[in-house]
Every structure is written in structure tokens, then in C-alpha cells.
Design a protein around this ligand. Structure first.
Ligand SMILES: Cc1cc2nc3c(=O)[nH]c(=O)nc-3n(C[C@H](O)[C@H](O)[C@H](O)COP(=O)(O)OP(=O)(O)OC[C@H]3O[C@@H](n4cnc5c(N)ncnc54)[C@H](O)[C@@H]3O)c2cc1C
Length: 405
């Protein structure tokens, strides 16, 4: 089957993993990407430390992917966190499990891994075409590209789309593939921000004083939910950061349903409510409110500012209500920040459209993988693992399909 060739659109982690499997199966592989180099978002992911996967047990790991669809779970069971670490090792990249169970390369970087990977793929015969923007297709798998040298047509035996989500479009994935599929009747859920910041109506004073300031060692929960500890950053528009991202799917959905969402902050985790009430009942005499708060609770700066933003003057002056506010401060979020700014994308090609090999049921020979599929997960290594696993599954699916023809 050496004369069979597969075109992969998108040279991110999902597309490159599909290329790896296909070349190992002896197929001719061409990867097309609109950017001048492969894996730009992957490189960006390495900026603050490449969180490649997770050290969690597989069952807990799988629970973080939504919706819980069979094809995605099967792909992750076949190529989960352990397999990702083993694969990275094969490229000469040792990994370690950090505190909080996140897995990173020893040097925390993405570039050495990407370089080793692309070089190995080249050695295995994979051909790369940069500056090739996929702009359309016609039945029979004719793929149309725009290139600096003019339009180009590719007629592969099978094709894999791995064109990513719609955030950080300057890194390559801009979501312009959505109408290319939707116009042909393929079900695509609208792309929406995931792992994103949110807007809050800060007072001008608070915003001026605290935009850019981190809020550390707090816990947050959505009403009725479990608290999580972490940190976030106050921005000009609202809030962002890992603690906020971990609730982003639920918050985004709640805003879509009811126009706003509430996050409850515990500004003094570990401090007992009853004791706090007693502390705050001590008369403040001639001291200012800020000084009283600082002396009785240790709170100051941005945390004290948040309290003033979230509670009314009556609540602030009432020891019991103030104590409750410190433990359950409502933060009202009015909108997610735009998709462009999000770490990842929810929505995409619906799983009902795909068979167990990730081939589009209505288009034999055309497969999809990575963030362009309709799933989401928090930060913590879930995203890359999901992309690598589905890339692998689509690559194997395409090779099996070609073999079976
Ligand atoms: C700032 C940031 C930090 C992140 N950190 C982490 C992290 O630490 N851990 C983690 O697990 N995840 C992280 N992520 C998420 C992770 O990088 C993505 O989920 C992952 O890269 C998606 O892989 P993909 O292959 O599906 O798509 P992408 O990596 O987006 O690749 C898609 C490729 O398709 C190409 N393409 C798109 N449209 C076309 C077209 N029409 N024609 C030709 N080519 C096209 C693009 O140029 C791109 O190269 C981070 C994301 C961001 C933005």
C-alpha cells in the first residue's frame, strides 16, 4: 500500500501525531499548514512551562473531559497520560510530575520536543508544506489550498483535518474551517471560549488600583459546588487565571442561561467563620475600616478591595455579615472574555458525525482530530493529551480504512 497517501491539514500536536502513526504504517504522508512553521500553539503552550499531561489515575483523568463521549474516552484509554510520557521519552524528553499532579518536561520547554518530533517525522518520510491554507474541498476528497504560488489541489487517498480551535488565531488556528464543513451539512457546534477569563463590573477606583494584581491562596466555588484552592488575577475587564479557568465551562454555560454567573470566594480559607465573627465583633473605635480589617483578619490590598467591591456598606459595617462575606464573597461575572483570548475552544465537529475511528460518517476517507472536535477540558495537561490521543486514533483509523478498502 506504499502508493496510498494521506493529507493532514494542520501541523499542531493532533496533526503531527496522526502523521507519526501513518508514516509508521508505511503510508505516504503530507502535512499542510497555513503558518510558516508547525506547532506554533504548542510552542506557545511551552512559554509558561509545557504541561504535557497529568499524573492522575486514568479514571479521574477521564472525568475531566466534557461531554463524556465514547470516541474520546476510547482514544484516551488507548493513549493516556502514561503513554504520553513514554512517547515523550522516545523523543529524548524526560518528564516529571510536579506538585498538583501536572506533568512537565524536565526543562519545562516545548521547543526541544517539537524540534525532535518534526525531525523524526522528516526522517520517516513525512513531507511538510507550510504557507498552505486549506480553503475548501469537493467530494472525492479534493482539497483546495491557497499558497503564495497560487491555488493548489491535493487528491489524497484519505485526509485528516486537525485544524485546531479558534483562539489565539495569530498562532494559526482561526476557526475558518467551520463553514467549510458546516456548508456541506456536517454538524459543528458553535466555537466558544473555554479556559477563559470573565468580565466583572469593577468600580473605576478598584480597576485602576488593582488591575494586574494576583489574588493568591483563596478558594472559589460555584453555588452548590465543591471549593477549589488556587489563584487568579484581577484584570481591567474582570478576572483570569487558573482558578477561574477551572470553573470556566460551568460559568460560561450559566451566563448563557441566565445572563450572569456567581462565583463564591473564600478570602480566608482555613479560618473558622465563628472565630471570625468574634474577631470582627471587637469594637473598632476610632480606627478606619481598613485598619480594623487588617488587625482582626490580616486582610489588605487587593483582597480588602474585593471585599469592598462585593459587599454593601451595611454588610461591611455588620460583623456577622462581614465575616460571612469574607468566607463567601460573591463575585458576579457578566460575560466570558472573547474566544480569541481563551486558552482553548469548546464546540467543534460533533461526535455524532464521527465513527469510532474518528472518520466523518458522511464522508468516507475524511477524519478529524484534536481541538477542532466538540470536547473541552480544563488546563492541567488534559488538552494536549486529548489532542495527541485523538490524533493517534484518527491516524490509526485512516490507516485501517485504507487497508480495508
Ligand atoms: C497560551 C496557551 C497555553 C497553553 N498551554 C497548554 C498546556 O500547558 N497544556 C495543555 O495541555 N494545553 C495547553 N494549551 C492548549 C493546547 O496548546 C491546544 O489544545 C493544542 O495545541 C491543540 O492542538 P491541535 O493540534 O488540535 O490544534 P493546534 O495546535 O491549534 O494546531 C492546528 C494547526 O492547524 C493549522 N490550521 C488551522 N486552520 C488551517 C487551514 N485552514 N489551513 C491550513 N492549516 C490550518 C494551524 O496553523 C495550526 O498549526 C495552551 C494553549 C494556549 C493558547
Amino acid at each position: 500500500m506504499a502508493e496510498q497517501n494521506v493529507a493532514i491539514v494542520g501541523g499542531g500536536p493532533a496533526g503531527l501525531m496522526a502523521a507519526e502513526v501513518l508514516s509508521q504504517r508505511g503510508l505516504g504522508v503530507e502535512v499542510f499548514d497555513r503558518m510558516p512553521t508547525m506547532g506554533r500553539k504548542f510552542l506557545m503552550a511551552g512559554r509558561g512551562g509545557l504541561n504535557l499531561t497529568s499524573g492522575q489515575p486514568l479514571d479521574l483523568f477521564l472525568e475531566r473531559f466534557h461531554p463524556p463521549c465514547r470516541q474520546l474516552r476510547d482514544a484516551l484509554r488507548a493513549f493516556g497520560p502514561e503513554a504520553v510520557r513514554h512517547w515523550a521519552k522516545g523523543l529524548g524528553i524526560e518528564t516529571f510530575v510536579g506538585t498538583s499532579g501536572r506533568v512537565f518536561p524536565l526543562d519545562m520547554k516545548a521547543a526541544p520536543l517539537l524540534r525532535a518530533w518534526v525531525n523524526r517525522l522528516r526522517r520517516d518520510g513525512v513531507r511538510f508544506h507550510t504557507h498552505h491554507r486549506w480553503v475548501g474541498w469537493s467530494p472525492g476528497l479534493d482539497l483546495h489550498f491557497e499558497t503564495p504560488a497560487g491555488p493548489r489541489l491535493s487528491r489524497p487517498s484519505a485526509a485528516i483535518l486537525a485544524t485546531g480551535g479558534g483562539s489565539w488565531s495569530r498562532l494559526g488556528s482561526d476557526g475558518t474551517w467551520v463553514p467549510l464543513l458546516a456548508d456541506q451539512g456536517i454538524g459543528v457546534s458553535p466555537l466558544r471560549p473555554s479556559n477563559c477569563g470573565f468580565e466583572v463590573s469593577w468600580s473605576p477606583h478598584f480597576c485602576e488600583r488593582f488591575a494586574g494584581v494576583p489574588v493568591k491562596s483563596v478558594t472559589a466555588r460555584i453555588p452548590g459546588g465543591k471549593p477549589r484552592q488556587g489563584e487568579f488575577v484581577v484584570t481591567k475587564f474582570g478576572v483570569e487565571g487558573s482558578l477561574i479557568y477551572s470553573f470556566s465551562a460551568a460559568l460560561r454555560d450559566e451566563i448563557e442561561r441566565s445572563g450572569q454567573a456567581r462565583l463564591l470566594l473564600d478570602l480566608l480559607p482555613g479560618r473558622d467563620l465563628r472565630r471570625l465573627k468574634q474577631e470582627l465583633s471587637v469594637p473598632r473605635g476610632s480606627r478606619s475600616f481598613s485598619e480594623h480589617l487588617r488587625r482582626r483578619t490580616g486582610l489588605r490590598g487587593v483582597q480588602a478591595g474585593l471585599l469592598r467591591e462585593g459587599l454593601s456598606p451595611e454588610e461591611l459595617s455588620h460583623p456577622e455579615r462581614l465575616a460571612r462575606g469574607l468566607k463567601e464573597l460573591p463575585l458576579v461575572l457578566i460575560a466570558p472574555r472573547p474566544l480569541e483570548e481563551a486558552i482553548s475552544t469548546a464546540g467543534g465537529v460533533r461526535f455524532e458525525e464521527l465513527d469510532e475511528r474518528l472518520m466523518l460518517r458522511g464522508v468516507p476517507g475524511l477524519f478529524c482530530a484534536g481541538e477542532m472536535l466538540d470536547w473541552e477540558a480544563p488546563t492541567g495537561g488534559y488538552l494536549l493529551t486529548g489532542c495527541l490521543a485523538t490524533g493517534r486514533r484518527a491516524g490509526e483509523g485512516a490507516a485501517d480504512w485504507l487497508e480495508g478498502r
